[in-house]
Design a protein around this ligand. Structure first.
Ligand code: Z5A
Length: 211
């Protein structure tokens, strides 16, 4: 199927407490109101096997998780998600909105863990070929504010236990990817009220639909 027949692929990204969960349903609501047939999904996860890998990845554990192990588990989950859900859905002409995708690997493993961006890029090509999201919405906010918001949620997973410097590197990596890919990225100021954030997201989506 040619790219013009397939549905559009959107990803939603952000650092800790940026409000992805709070805005995902809103994105679907806006797209539904424009009669787009949308599948919401998430990473890591999205299929039964990939959700099992998610649990392995997020569970706090005594054993130190090696960086390569983490990266390969993330891409193993992504390979399953991409081949068995994302690609077939796009090929049916439906839209897919994923709560995180490969930009998160560049930001968390590349930025946060200081892993090689080249290695991540090789895995990206192995798993996705040349397919990239058509639009990536980055919810951006100061790390301290995001951590304050996230702290209200209770028990912390393995990533949420990282320190402020880790999340500062993650944010920097996201912003630098946005700068490198200005036509794909829409950066939304997530420090604003939820209503303002949603208004901005609606504008971004309506511009995409009308383009
Ligand atoms: N990870 C990775 O390392 N590499 C990868 O390639 C991928 C993922 C794909 C799980 O991701 C972890 O996987 C993630 C990176 C890693 N770890 N971290 N951190 P996840 O996306 O499932 O988990 P998450 O980052 O914790 O996201 P989340 O649960 O969707 O939460 P959120 O984006 O941080 O936002 P929220 O729960 O919607 O909002 C947090 C609180 O703020 C909540 O109380 C809201 O009511 C409040 N909120 C939200 N927006 C506002 C505004 N605008 N004003 C005031 N208050 C607000």
């Amino acid at each position: 199927m040619s790219d013009t027949q397939r549905g559009l692929f959107l990803s939603l990204e952000g650092t800790e407490g940026a409000g992805k969960s709070s805005n995902l349903a809103w994105i679907k609501e806006v797209l539904d109101s424009h009669n787009k047939n949308v599948l919401l999904t998430r990473e890591p996860g999205g299929t039964p096997l990939a959700e099992e890998i998610r649990e392995l990845l997020l569970a706090p554990r005594k054993e130190l998780v090696c960086e390569n192990t983490e990266l390969l588990l993330i891409f193993a989950a992504r390979a399953q998600h991409f081949q068995s859900l994302i690609l077939p859905t796009l090929e049916q002409g439906r839209w897919v909105v994923s709560d995180r995708f490969t930009d998160a690997s560049f930001a968390y493993q590349g930025g946060g863990r200081n892993m090689s961006f080249d290695t991540i890029q090789q895995l990206e090509t192995l798993v996705q070929g040349s397919l990239r999201p058509d639009l990536t919405i980055l919810l951006d906010l100061p790390v301290e504010l995001g951590m304050q918001r996230a702290a209200k949620r209770g028990a912390l997973d393995r990533f949420e236990q990282e320190d402020l410097e880790f999340f500062a590197r993650v944010r920097e990596a996201y912003l630098s990817r946005a700068e490198q890919n200005p036509s794909r990225y829409a950066v939304v100021d997530a420090s604003q009220s939820l209503a303002s954030v949603q208004e901005h997201i609606r504008d971004v989506l309506e511009r995409l639909i009308l383009s």
